[in-house]
Design a protein around this ligand. Structure first.
Ligand code: 26W
Length: 826
């Protein structure tokens, strides 16, 4: 940390938010910041000038917020997440600081199109999917609710890959999002912490003869802070998202320079800076890669150093009070090494005794679980830890020792229990179970929907639930209404506000006031025409991008999310094929015209998910070119699902597909965004669907398929997909078309692996078992769509009853029940 310099005569400009001041600032920014002449300026130049103009107007609030935190030193929340999927910031920033309308007018009058400028900005795609987007929604809510909070993560140089579809296959392209700079971030060259790796541990007795530990001979990487202001909506609070970038340490370079080996020095520099190079594009499957573990420790170590530095800056703070000032939320187990790192800092550096350090640590930390799928549960080989984090390995063993002793006192003689809950897995190879470390080291652990939390208690965390019955709590997910309604759907927002005012933006429960309007024909009309206009925009987009013409009057049936077997995009495809067969063989009396839209990325190493993408594109090719179904059925795979694309797709959806096998989707958040924009849901009793249905009423929600108990029973009693194959001729017809290459005339065996997965290989996610129920529910949906008024009525009720699913409600629950933090108005 560098020393501060004192200055005199310092004065702020207090930038205005009126049209004239904005125009003045735009000219200034273009000239003095971007360095361009208006005659030669491109859209990017004007975007950069605009971004700086907006950014400048957030600075005083940001500094006021930080100053007030420093002065009042309230308890703060630290949200540790390896992912923040924030997308673009231009529009959100303007909306949150109340600049949108004057800004648009300012640009208009200058002859600049705000819509064009918006498209210049790259998404900050620093996340995979639900977990990363949740973190971004939480940041928005934390600021809006005036909660003293910081997001900590990694500034990946390359975010989530760009997906292109070539010949129907997913091809990954690097996401070089920083190529033209990032106007929202502030590099903080002086906020720099060393992060140690490797080396060895030496024990030494201190003056009192106590054994202490030194971690020595490490190789160090520096973590440098990049700060991004996160303004709340309609409040002065502007919190900080601090992302760490890896920089080579000077020592490292010097060593080789001194030896006269210039090239080697530069190579080493590269190697250490690789740490923050790229986001791992997996969700659900752990990569097991060394670099991933290093990323985790890198950002955890830097963040904890920063947190403790801030804490000790106040001379009144003593280490015993740490939990009165610090709450740290771990977003999944990715930051779970923080538990061991905190112990190391307290015990080795601050010389706390073990028991006190442990009490403080468990009061500070809490952990959110986002998935029950076994392949997602992180474990790291002990050998890997030994190599990079030898001291942490010792500490984890010590934590485990204390924990196991505690459990064996509670449940004497239950050796199997000890084996099951141990932080160390013994077989087949010694590994560290990060979920166990996170659970033992936290005072609260939470699931992300009621069903998910109950399943945690009854399945993978059942033993921990016996040991710590108070620890497991539920925090049902939510989404920020600022992005997912106000920004995504300005037209619907205006319609709503014209009836009930604007307070819903920060109190989404007020949407209930729309309920009576669901019966009102004029309102239904207005609502439907907003939907139609959003469908027209999406249709235009699809035609421009893919050359596929779709008809906005057809039912837009949307499934957007990562491609995964458990999410069952394949079931959606089986429905598409069935519908195709019914139409072309004239089995339907009065078919409802549909456009099925699917979008999502597959993890690059996930072969089945990639096959599913190719299948969707192959089926689309056949259906979209068959005159027998023209006008009645289209299937579209939209490439490169992202926050920006979600903002175009979601408002245009009539039907939301939430069709995971019951018990597999922890919560889902796309389900909430779609319903909030007036889509009806077809879904299983999974994740937050259960609570959404409870809110909107069963008449307004299309449930199908097995519930979790039925799934368990069916699997236990021996599920045989062939029974369903032989028992349902339409299902067999659809599956046989896969097997026989109907959709792959050029390579008829191409889809056989998918057929095999659903038959011979046991259909783990029970698609065949749910098929009949899914198809008949889709028929009910057709019937309802024929009655446009009734459809609109139900859609309006869905919007009106989504209030619970605001991330403001979620964050309030975390603040009261887990963090014990209070709002602080700036
Ligand atoms: C280690 C590899 C890895 C990476 C990411 C494993 C697991 C993940 C995440 C937990 C995947 C994820 O995004 N989960 C989703 O989290 C959302 C927010 O809580 C939920 O709404 C989704 O149901 C859940 O799948």
């Amino acid at each position: 940390m560098k020393k501060n310099i004192t200055v005199q005569k310092f004065k702020y400009s207090h930038l205005g938010k009126d049209v004239a001041s904005i125009q003045h600032s735009l000219s200034d920014s273009l000239t003095y910041t971007v360095g361009k002449d208006p005659r030669t300026s491109t859209a990017r130049d004007w975007f950069n000038a605009s971004a700086h103009t907006v950014r400048n107007r957030m600075m005083e609030n940001w500094m006021d917020t930080m100053r007030s935190y420093q002065r009042k030193d309230p308890k703060r929340v630290y949200y540790l997440s390896l992912e923040f999927l924030i997308g673009r910031l231009f529009t959100s920033s303007m909306i949150n600081v109340g600049l949108y309308e004057p800004f648009k007018q300012a640009l208009d009058e200058m002859g600049l199109d705000i819509e064009k400028l918006k498209e210049v900005e790259n998404d900050a795609a620093l996340g995979n999917g639900g977990l990363g987007r949740l973190a971004a929604c939480f940041l928005d809510s934390l600021s809006t609710l005036d909660i003293p909070a910081y997001g900590y993560g990694i500034r990946y140089e390359y975010g989530m890959f760009n997906q292109q579809i070539e010949n129907g296959y997913q091809v990954e392209h690097p996401d070089n999002w920083l190529r033209y700079g990032n106007p929202w971030e502030f590099p903080r060259g002086e906020i720099l912490f060393p992060v140690h790796f490797g080396g060895r541990v030496v024990e030494y007795p201190d003056e009192e003869g106590k054994i202490r530990h030194h971690w020595v001979d490490t190789s160090d990487v520096m973590a440098m802070a990049y700060d991004t202001p996160i303004p709340g909506y309609g409040t002065n609070t502007t919190n900080n998202m601090r992302l760490w970038a890896a920089k080579a340490s000077r020592d490292f370079e010097l060593q080789y320079f001194n030896e006269g080996n210039y090239i080697k020095a530069v190579e080493e520099k590269n190697a250490s800076e690789n740490l923050s190079k790229v986001l791992y594009p997996n969700d659900t499957t752990t990569s097991g890669k060394e670099l991933r573990l290093k990323q985790q420790y890198f950002f955890v170590s830097a963040s904890l150093q920063d947190i403790l530095h801030r804490f000790f800056r106040n001379p009144d703070n003593q280490v015993e009070n740490l939990p009165d000032k610090v709450a740290i939320q771990m977003n999944d187990t990715h930051p779970a090494i923080a538990v061991a790192e905190m112990m190391r800092l307290l015990v080795d550096l601050h010389h706390c005794d073990w028991d006190l350090a442990w009490k403080l640590t468990t009061r500070i930390f809490s952990y959110t679980n986002h998935t029950l799928l076994p392949e997602a549960l992180e474990t790291w080989p002990v050998a890997m830890f030994e190599r990079f984090l030898p001291r942490h390995l010792q500490i984890i063993y010590e934590i485990n020792h204390h924990f196991i002793r505690h459990v064996s006192h509670m449940f004497p003689g239950d050796m199997e229990l000890l084996k099951r809950v141990s932080i160390i897995q013994e077989e087949p190879e010694k590994r560290i179970r990060m979920a166990h470390l996170a659970t033992v080291g936290s005072h609260k652990i939470n699931g992300v929907a009621r069903l998910h939390t109950e399943l945690m208690k009854s399945t993978i965390f059942a033993d921990f639930y016996r040991i710590f019955p108070e620890k497991i709590v539920n925090m049902t997910n939510g989404v920020t209404p600022r992005l997912w309604l106000l920004q995504a759907n300005g037209e619907l927002s205006s319609l709503i506000s014209s009836k009930i005012g604007q307070d819903w933006i920060t109190d989404l429960s007020l949407l209930r006031k729309l309920e009576p309007l669901a019966e009102n024909a004029a309102f239904q009309q207005a609502f439907s025409s907003v939907k139609l206009s959003k469908k027209m925009l999406l249709a235009e987009c699809i035609e421009n991008q893919l050359g596929i013409k779709i008809d906005p009057s057809t039912l837009f049936d949307v499934q957007v999310k990562r491609i995964h077997e458990y999410k069952r995009q394949l079931l959606n495809v089986l429905h598409a094929i069935t519908r195709y067969n019914r139409i072309r063989h004239n089995r339907l009396e009065n078919p409802v015209a549909r456009t099925i839209i699917i979008s999502g990325k597959a993890a690059p190493g996930y072969a089945t998910a990639k096959r599913i993408i190719k299948l969707i594109n192959d089926v689309a090719e056949v259906i979209n070119n068959d005159p027998a179904v023209r006008g009645l059925l289209k299937l579209v795979f939209l490439p490169n699902y992202s926050v920006s694309n979600a903002l175009r797709i979601i408002p245009a959806a009539d039907l939301s597909e939430q069709i995971s096998t019951a018990g597999t989707e922890a919560s889902g958040t796309g389900n909430m965004k779609l319903a909030l924009n007036g889509a009806l849901t077809i879904g299983t009793l999974d994740g937050a669907n259960v609570e959404m249905r409870e809110e909107v009423g069963e008449d307004n929600f299309f449930i199908f398929g097995l519930n979790t108990d039925e799934v368990t029973t069916l699997r236990r009693d021996g599920y045989n997909p062939w029974d369903y194959y032989h028992g349902n001729w339409e299902l067999r017809e659809a599956l046989d078309m896969l097997r026989d290459g109907f959709f792959a005339p050029d390579d008829p065996t191409r889809h056989q692996p998918l057929f095999d997965l659903l038959t011979q290989q046991g259909d783990h996610y029970l698609l065949l078992a749910d098929y009949a129920s899914y198809i008949s529910t889709q028929e009910q949906i057709d019937a309802l769509y024929r009655n446009q008024q009734e459809w609109a009525r139900k859609a309006i009720l869905n919007v009106a009853r989504m209030g619970k699913f605001s991330s403001d409600r979620t964050i309030n629950e975390y603040a009261r029940q887990i963090w014990q933090v209070e709002p602080l108005k700036t």
